[in-house]
Write a protein that binds this ligand. Sequence first.
Ligand SMILES: *[C@@H]1O[C@H](CO)[C@@H](O)[C@H](O)[C@H]1NC(C)=O
Ligand SMILES: *[C@@H]1O[C@H](CO)[C@@H](O)[C@H](O)[C@H]1NC(C)=O
Length: 406
Amino acid sequence: MKYLCYIVFLAIVIAQNYNDRLGVEAVPNDGFVTRNGLQFILNGKPFYANGFNAYWLTYEATDPTARYKITNAFQDAISHGLTIARTWGFHDGAIYRALQTSPGIYDEQTFQGLDFVIAEAKRLGIKMIMPLVNNWSDYGGRKQYVAWAQSRGEKVSSDDDFYTNSLTKQFYMNHVKTMMNRVNTFTKVAYKDEPAIMAWQLMNEPQCKSDPSGKTLTAWISEMAPYVKSLDPNHLLSTGHEGFYGDSSPQRKTFLNPPAANIVGADFIANHNIDAIDFASAHCAADLWFQKLDQKSRLDFSRKWLQGHIDDAQNILKKPLILAEFGVGTDTPSYTLANRDAVFTATYNIFYLSARKGGSGAGALFWDLISDGMSNDPSAILLRDNSSTVKIISEASKRLGSIGGK
Ligand SMILES: *[C@@H]1O[C@H](CO)[C@@H](O)[C@H](O)[C@H]1NC(C)=O
Ligand SMILES: *[C@@H]1O[C@H](CO)[C@@H](O)[C@H](O)[C@H]1NC(C)=O
């Protein structure tokens, strides 16, 4: 008996060491992702993870016969070490497979599509990040909210009225409340209580060109972030930001922003320096932002941009940073596979070097993952095609997931 106890004890010690060495990975039935200073924490340990964007998940899952695409995509992702999925938590307007067809009116079949996506993430061990509205008019977005307010007699005209009009703000808050309180028809768990959801983002790529100072956006985030947290204190919250600098960091604005970014009314520091915002978000699309530069200059820019954001998240914001979108479209000028691979390698390396020291660089999500029989958009990555990029994704993600922080 004594002997048996000893063997069991030894097994536990070995298992614990093994766990420490491997760090922590998302697995089915685990806890909420939380934050401690610069790090995300999952099941008591630092959580560093790469992942992917797949904006199409709910759209496809609305059709029950297409749901295998979600299952296959998630399974492929996990086998390549990817454990975070970012997808739209919105689809507004009187459009095919919309989620919110008019203010406060939801399509039950589409909602069940989103229910399925979340249930499948939970079953397979994927953590979800979902923005709650779009800046762009794709999938409805701010423009749709403004049109709804206009049709109810509000004196709104520009998309930017979204941030200040009381009715558009009310519509947005209603959507937040509907999402948080939605009870998943598969798992019977309310979204606000679902650990498979890692975080919400207030908006995908928020911009407000009518106020380049960034103050309008800061005011809107300062109002909406505490509102989201009041309904859902379980989940982390971020902005959905592209990472453009504004007036609060004139040096960065001058030396790091792509020139066109100085008029979009975003302010990476001020927009994230708000208590209810748990972590910083940024995107990197150098091949889109600098179409006239050569590949080397674009890559040099990407490195500076990523390191600058990690440093600022760490030293100024003191929060983790997720690179929520990066990628290289085959339609960018002078595209080559070798260049795409160089961008992926550099991006993952910069995040790994930060993570290895317990820093703010928490993970990178490429744009975008597709599944079986889906038409390729120029940035699409199909994990099953075994391309050199897929190999880079897989090795980097397994390496990052095995850190567990220090
Ligand atoms: C955001 O929306 C504005 C106005 O609708 C548009 O001009 C801008 O190009 C959009 N940008 C991004 C990155 O979403
Ligand atoms: C990718 O690799 C896997 C495993 O080696 C193999 O089964 C599959 O057929 C390959 N796919 C392609 C498109 O080459």
